[in-house]
Ligand binder design. Sequence first.
Ligand code: MG
Length: 356
Amino acid sequence: MSTRVALLGATGSIGRQALDVVAANPELELVAAASGSQPLDGVAPLTQVGGDLTELLERAEPDVVLNAVVGFAGVPATFWALERGVALALANKESLVAGGDLAVAARERGGGPLLPVDSEHSAAFQLLDGRPRETVHSLVLTASGGPFRGRDRAGLAHVSPAEALAHPTWSMGPKITVDSATLMNKGLELIEAHFLFDLGYPEIEVVVHPTSVVHALVRLRDGAALAHVGYPDMRVPISYALTYPERAATPVEPLDLASGLILEFGAPDTEAFPCLGLARAAGEVGGTAPCALNAANEVAVAAFLHRGLPFLGIPEVVERTLAQADTGPARDLEELVAVDAEARRTASALTRQLVH
Ligand code: MG
């Protein structure tokens, strides 16, 4: 019997690669597809452009939801799947960043699997799967360092959107590519990992690894460390999440060690790239601080791409929005939506000040 897949965010980078993965695997049946604004002619029996994605999911009755929506807009679909115990392949990291506590509770109620599609988290999931929590010392997430690795603040002052969009190792959509350039992507992933794996923030380390071959590493209490190694290709984590626990074949080349792999690691420069520290601090504060962080970042990244906000204005907007945000816990999705909206208003006002 085939697995019924609903794909949300079908025209983005993850969405298009997911369509390839589904097309190549006869066990996977695409029953619904949605996009934010781009047309989806005949991609799936049920399609939807914009609007409330949970309505589409109600009609589609999927076995697995692949949520590859960009940003906070993906949150309701995440909760829909978690509450119902429908398997969730999660590429929308903002769901766990903004609504982590609520998502963990919804998953406990629903009881379905939550399979991360982020490459680092898919790797960490595979390294941690079935391993008793008390044997784990810590988790290491790798960051490519993005296109501006090695620059200091002065060297970042005048970088353009085009330069920020030229990622050295991963081919991704514009929002996540800018997040990679600021290291906010790794900050969001740090918070995502905290909620996915029930690890405290001090137990999650971020290291810069420019070639993106090691996706994550787990240190165990006996001194052993296990690394997940592979070419940077999102079809691997997408396929893993959609076929778990079967692990289907993909067209991705086996790792070629004879031709040489460069495995370099180093500490991130948190002075030049303050977003990583801002995310860690928001995670430690907890409550709705990560929700406000995420909202401010979405506003700032859009302003950097389209309205002339300087690159270093992104962390500035995020930091100042967080300073003004109410960071108490959210009781439900409506409260989360309100915190998100308020942080967006604050960030938009700050952005206008910094552009003029
Ligand atoms: Mg990632």
